[in-house]
Design a binder for this molecule. Sequence first.
Ligand code: ZN
Length: 419
Amino acid sequence: MREKILYMLLALLVAGFWGCAEEETGEPVILPRTLSPYVLYPNDLANNDSASAHVAEGLQLLVHPKVSYTLSFEKDPNIEDAPVLQLFRLGEMVSEGRVSTSHVRTLEPKLEGSRYVYEFLCEELDRNTWVTTLVLDGELYKGTTRWARLAAEGPYSDTLSLNLIVVGKVDFLDSFMNENLFAELLLTNFRTYYSSIVIDTLYVRYAHEHPTLGSKYPANEPWVAGRSSDDMFVTELGGWPEPKLKNALDILLVHRIEADWVLGYSLLYGSNLQGGTGSTVVIGAYNKTPSGEEGVPYTSMISTAIHETGHFFGLRHTTATLADFEVDMDYSNYEDGFTDTPYCKDLLTSGLLKSRGGKPVSDFARLPTLRGRFATAFDMNSCPDSHNMMFPAVNEDGVDGFTEQQLEHIRKNLRVYPH
Ligand SMILES: [Zn+2]
């Protein structure tokens, strides 16, 4: 499915070409010959070697309305003249095999130190994907474009509300636990760990009481995400239709997830607080195991919700797993790029957490980021990052939380996500 969609995009983009010259720069508008699968995300500090190599042709940028962006990369020391940056909107699938695209603008760079810097404001109405080309002397730029970065500054508030949506029948391992107590503890812990933003209110809602979809989610049946319906993110429950619940993060609590050892998931840079793709974070009260299922301690459920929400804000694992490399298709992103989070060499070479157990969830083929338990014995304490909230597996010895750079990243990206 994923390959097919990319192929269709390729075919479309190959067909498109504008010969007309733009007034300001004198350069012709040139679409990429191919659309690269690489995406550059707002404020991401990972190495992104593959994305960087594609700025001249077909790099995808995740953009949000009213946000100011700075795309920059290292100047090629062997080429004196600067290329212009051309941006194209990647639109909706309009019919089988066809996607709308349109030229957004052409920009000239400033040279700051050794880097070319292009600044632009996104004037979209909704979040979107833009695609780049670099053009010099009437053709696609042939120079190198190392260390590409997309810095983003948004106008939105640093306050976040949460919706805990209980889907189907949920039992807790801990006999004293119930939905309301869980919600209370979840809110307290979000306020403790997300200390760089304001966590305002947490609302609890039940899927069976949803005004239009309620009958699909019976209160007495356990919901197994990835099995009870095809959409493992249960996306339709995001964006609850009640004014005070709008513009909040939707955390879905289900019985369990249909993948061994997986406790929760979200999209890396889910980045959507308004319903639709990328708007839900899913956690389970039980864990699928090869021989059945087992309950998850409520402390691990809460830390999983906090961890997955970190991915929603664009935090990567402190040490990448093989599954993470599948998301990015970039082996240079073996750690998160923050200088105050160590990474674990032993874990990188261990081959653990490699199973994915998911499917592409949208037309743009972004894959979920999973959190689970190690299926085989691994001494987490050999990892210097094992107590960080974004360590890829649950550490039942507890977590220290986020570092200062992670907290700053969360604050910056909350201000980029419309809400
Ligand atoms: Zn994770």
